[in-house]
Design a protein around this ligand. Sequence first.
Ligand code: SF4
Ligand code: SF4
Length: 283
Amino acid sequence: MSLVHNLSGEHNPFRRFTLFIFARFIEVPLLKLCFHILRGRYRRFGKMRWVRVLAGFLLARPFGYLGDTAKPMPYDEVLSLIDTLDGPIAVGACRCRIGHKSCSHPLETDIVIRTGYKAWMKAFPREYRQISKEEAKAIVKQTHELGMFHMIFVHCPVNLYNEYVICNCCTCGCVPYIINRELTQENYPLIDGYFMAQTDRSRCKACGKCIEVCPFSARQIVEGKSKTTGNCFGCGLCSYACPEKAITLRRLRDPILPRDEHGNAPPHHHAGLYHQHAPFKED
Ligand code: SF4
Ligand code: SF4
């Protein structure tokens, strides 16, 4: 296991090389193919049970557990994350949206950070441009105001320090989100367990707004009041949308992992294969 940890380390040359190869040659075609099988022009194949089983076991599982997945993060936490960054930041077109071209949400929202900055700037020097922290926060704010949610992607998630891009996501165009919803959390797991939505039921007026905006179908009206009944990923959309301020986000773990004074991950840490929590539900 220590070999896996060493190879997957944030600045390990092998991992950085695989990240560059992924950026340059694999990412966009793979996202495009997955989108068209699950929601686009080949979706009749994607509905076949054997295609789903094979795609789940042979592609989504190894990719999700060992290759690349994401943690949903509330808007305010994304702003805090940007503030903690030491290195340069760049922005380019969302890899999902330029791949399938089936979504009208803003395009220039792919904010690469840390080793992601180096890989994408090297792979696409004319398509990505360096931006300031203020510009990065303005992009996140714009997408937040459009009702989009945010996910921080982690490459080789055996090492949770390998955060490399801040994605601004929508339910119609974000391919990793669509894979998670279509092939289930078991097959392509998003990282959960940082926040959960908690409801002050005395304030809830049962307007249903939080249910409408939840990308993970995690809320329902129960006995005349809304509550979290499914697997909450702590994206925060319900809390921002509630007109009665009835929903708060309970912090379960710190989503911004502590780094040394140079912004580097600790040299010998063992994040382990990230564990899945039991679905968060309110009493
Ligand atoms: S948005 Fe707020 S008031 Fe409306 S159902 Fe949800 S918790 Fe209740
Ligand atoms: S209940 Fe849904 S919208 Fe609210 S934080 Fe959880 S996943 Fe996000």
